[in-house]
Design a protein. Structure first.
Length: 189
């Protein structure tokens, strides 16, 4: 069900030449442990000025926008929430506006879903997104991803987490370092 919808969305975004990457739970399924996820989060390589183009994709895909005042909601949140009526699956189209997001989209990994190339955030960028979100579920996702994948770019993650800690005043880097230390101790046993 999710795979078919992801393929349709990926094909439509490619047709419209909208750069994107899948993040969130769907990306965790690619890099980490199997887990329940109820939505699809897609970061778009465009700003809100492309809302009409994205709304065209939503309509062509047979999705229903999940808010009333679309322009106001998107301007305030940078997110266009939509739902596939047939399945009830929610898709959040996230407009990008930072150099980090644009660079992460360029670094995205292409995965073949049958005959359709689908772009997923890199492992490192999924970890960064999860660290910044910082919820308990996100921390568990980071653990599952890092336990399963030993060869990742720690310095890339650290660089961006330092930047986010400075801008958002969080402790993302400390959380990341605690998780990597914990996994290193587990691997030493």
């Amino acid at each position: 069900m999710y795979k078919g919808l992801i393929k349709r969305v990926a094909a439509d975004l490619a047709l419209r030449k909208i750069p994107y990457m899948i993040i969130g739970g769907q990306a965790v399924l690619l890099y980490g442990e199997l887990r329940l996820t109820k939505d699809i989060d897609i970061t778009l390589g465009v700003g809100v000025e492309k809302l009409p183009v994205v709304l065209g994709a939503v309509q062509a895909l047979g999705l229903r926008v999940a808010v009333d005042d679309v322009e106001d909601f998107v301007r305030k949140t940078m997110v266009l929430p939509a739902t596939e009526l047939k399945s009830g699956i929610r898709i959040d189209f996230i407009f990008s506006f930072t150099p980090y997001e644009r660079q992460a989209i360029e670094k995205a990994r292409e995965v073949q879903f049958d005959d359709v190339p689908v772009r997923f955030a890199s492992l490192e960028d999924v970890v960064i997104h999860k660290a910044v979100a910082g919820r308990a579920r996100d921390i568990e996702d980071i653990r599952s991803i890092l336990r399963k994948n030993l060869g990742y770019d720690k310095e890339y993650i650290r660089k961006w987490l330092v930047d986010f800690d400075r801008v958002v005043e969080t402790k993302c880097l400390r959380t990341f370092e605690e998780i990597t230390s914990e996994i290193d101790r587990e691997n030493e046993r």
